[in-house]
Design a protein around this ligand. Sequence first.
Ligand code: AP5
Length: 214
Amino acid sequence: MNLILLGPPGAGKGTQAKLLIKQYQIPQISTGDILRGAVKEMTPMGLKAKAYMDAGALVPDGVVIGIIQERLNQADCDKGFILDGFPRTVAQADALAKVLADLGRSIDHVISIVVDKEELLERITGRRTCRNCGKGYHVTFDPPKNAGVCDDCSAELYQRDDDREDTMRKRLEVYEQQTSPLIAYYQRELLLRSIQGVGSIEEIQQKIVSALQG
Ligand code: AP5
């Protein structure tokens, strides 16, 4: 199954992708995670991407399209994949279709997770991420067993630089301007299913699984 999770920052794409990995045994491909890894490693790509990410802007299309092209050619994607945070512009969606066509493949489903702005702000400002394994938490909605410490690997939890309120507001504007046109794009392709992303994490997972099976 070749799946795209679409939605604004904080909609729950990463949280749901982690659950879908277990359900469908296919990898999550998060351009945000890949870019944060490159920033941490201080690679040339990471150094270039950091300024855009810190400002809440999108990294140039050419950079992320290159990442995806390389990643989709890896063997673990043969049975399918979950794209989280890509595509984010019409140019990225067009490039994705071409990369997949060259591989004799196509997208099967696009799930758009809909959450209102106030809830998104609350989720993002309360998000904490494990410094070691990248697992996500929320101080109120999905807290770790011990405050500030990852349940899985006991490493420290931190707040992402781009999760501050001013940057978050910018990211939401960028989503509206550059990414939300993809809703109509994938509606035209008859691939889009929208689900309300408010409720417990488990309830939303059930809605996604039902949409994928429906
Ligand atoms: P990226 O890392 O992709 O960030 P994002 O899309 O802004 O998404 P988030 O990770 O903020 O949110 P999410 O939807 O995954 O929510 P989560 O599950 O964590 O991108 C970061 C940056 O990288 C971009 O700004 C850009 O600069 C660059 N970039 C990345 N991809 C790019 C691309 N394709 N092109 C160009 N640039 C790119 O959940 C959020 C919080 O809510 C968590 O705390 C979670 O515990 C909580 N939560 C989840 N579900 C629920 C629920 N049902 N109820 C209550 N709380 C919940």
